[in-house]
Design a protein around this ligand. Structure first.
Ligand code: GLU
Length: 502
């Protein structure tokens, strides 16, 4: 049987990186085994539906490069892929459970249940709707067929509950989780969960199990917060007479402090993105903040999965090849924004310079700047090693396209001496009369002038940099000269000598 996994988010807002990592692990596992990665939108709870969230999920996965094989945008045999379009299937299946006695109708109102809960609390007890008291409550098991039918025909509101346990059944259920190993469940402690709500809509539990079965999901890989639901889900499979899939519950992503789960609000609060794409002002995205999808997949993959060995930088293909559920860690991974940045820096440095040129082009276009005469690829090659985020491109490259309008005061005070203007004017004359183009040629030219005129190179290079760039920053000054071209250098030196001596 071929591997089929699914990522099943609810469209309640933008996808947080915890969800992105779950999607990533599903994708990796599917690709490792030549299987399919399905995206299912769990939108049965209309009250929590947020418009735009479904598109966001598609866009985010696409940007990350973990595109589903089947989804509401890419129909396959197991569709539809939105739960709101599958209601008839849930109704059909709840009827099967009602017919087999594994589910029952319950008329207890939320107010009545609240009173029971409060009464139990007062006695230091907890009220659980299950085998202990279900035959004393207002449900089809306690009331019998006739009264149940009467109440139904009167139109009394009801829910449908799962009959989780009867005293005739085994009390302990040993389940297997691919990450945690054996998990023992004491079944009599489970409550009779609601499967169909008063409004006739299925709950998450029913829809999720029915869909995983009908979509032939072989491995359920999801967040640890769903571990407590595993027992109920396995019991539901059994009640339907189906074989459950394998389960793997992946650990949480923790706050940078290591204390507690990384929350959707932590990004804005602590100053780093926690969403793949920007959703609104409060939710800065990795993409817009200059992260590369390859770096994020690398970092997220390692945040909860340990391939062994010292290697840290992996391409997506390499991660797929070495991915396994057994190597998912049991404890939560602490999100470290600096480490995430480090991965981005490494991936940026290793990227082909050509792939970064469009980003520079966009920045120029945005500002209406014509790059005439300046080779963008040469600029990128020169500054690439100075980038941590893609958004560093413009601050690092700007001076090539926009001559300095002012000069760093501190640098000028420190490095612009009495004879600087004179020296730079001589250099400008030298550059204005040369055919030199490459940084090596320009370096040789200036060096030999310095030797001939007994001027220390330091007295030239620092002011030259100030004149060309505006301050003591930027890459190798001869490489800057070469990219700008000697004519532009002559202009910039002239401007600087006029401006600074004023
Ligand atoms: N809709 C659930 C969620 O939002 C899916 C949980 C699961 O994968 O079973 O996380």
């Amino acid at each position: 049987m071929s591997v089929r996994v699914r990522f099943a988010p609810s469209p309640t807002g933008p996808l947080h990186i915890g969800g992105v990592r779950t999607a990533l692990y599903n994708y990796l596992f599917a690709k490792k085994h030549g299987g399919s990665f399905v995206l299912r939108i769990e939108d049965t709870d209309q009250s929590r539906y947020v418009s735009g969230a479904e598109d966001y999920i598609h866009d985010a996965l696409e940007w990350m490069g973990i595109v589903p094989d089947e989804s509401s945008k890419k129909m396959g045999a197991a569709g539809p892929y939105r739960q709101s379009e599958r209601k008839a299937l849930y109704i059909k299946h709840i009827e099967l459970l009602l017919g087999s006695g594994n589910a029952y109708i319950a008329f207890d109102s939320p107010e009545e249940l609240n009173t029971l809960r409060k009464d139990a609390e007062r006695k230091g007890d907890a009220f659980i709707y299950n085998w202990k008291n279900r035959d004393r409550l207002q449900n089809s098991i306690a009331l019998g067929d006739k009264e149940t039918q009467e109440r139904l025909s009167k139109g009394d509101p009801y829910v449908i509950r799962f009959r989780a346990y009867t005293s005739a059944e085994a009390q302990v259920l040993t389940l297997h989780d691919e990450v945690r190993g054996a998990v023992e469940i004491h079944v009599p402690l489970l409550d009779d969960k609601i499967l169909v709500k008063q409004d006739g809509m299925p709950t998450y539990h029913l829809a999720n199990v029915v869909d995983d079965h009908l979509m032939e999901i072989t491995h359920v890989i999801r967040g640890e917060e769903w571990l407590p639901s595993m027992a109920l889900h396995v019991l539901l499979y059994k009640a339907f007479g189906w074989v459950p899939p394998a389960f793997a519950h992946v650990p949480l992503i923790l706050k940078p402090s290591g204390k507690g789960k990384l929350s959707k609000r932590d990004g804005a609060k602590l100053g780093f993105p926690v969403f793949p794409l920007t959703w609104d002002k409060e939710t800065p995205g990795f993409k817009e903040n200059g992260y590369l999808p390859g770096a994020l997949t690398n970092y997220l993959a390692l945040l909860g999965w340990n391939p062994g060995g010292q290697k840290e930088l992996f391409s997506l293909k390499e991660i797929i090849d070495s991915f396994s559920l057994e190597n998912i860690t049991k404890s939560g991974g602490r999100f470290d924004p600096d480490r995430c940045k480090w991965f981005n820096q490494q991936v940026l440095h290793a990227s082909a310079a050509k792939s970064l040129v469009p980003t520079l082009e966009k920045e120029l276009y945005k500002r209406g700047i014509d790059a005439a005469g300046i080779s963008l690829i040469d600029v990128v090659k020169l500054i690439q090693g100075r980038l941590t985020l893609l958004t560093d491109i413009w601050p690092e490259a700007e001076f090539f396209f926009v001559p300095p309008k002012s000069y760093d005061e501190k640098d000028v005070n420190k490095l612009w001496k009495e004879d600087t203007s004179e020296i730079l004017t001589a250099i400008s004359g030298l550059l204005g009369n040369t055919a030199a183009q490459s940084d090596e040629e320009i370096r040789a030219l200036i060096k030999s002038w310095a030797t001939e005129n007994a001027v220390g190179l330091g007295k030239i290079m620092a002011p030259l940099r100030i004149a060309l760039v505006g301050g003591m920053r930027g890459p190798d000054v001869f490489a800057v000269c070469s990219i700008l071209g000697v004519a532009a250098c002559v202009d910039r030196i002239k401007n600087a000598t006029i401006h600074i001596s004023l």
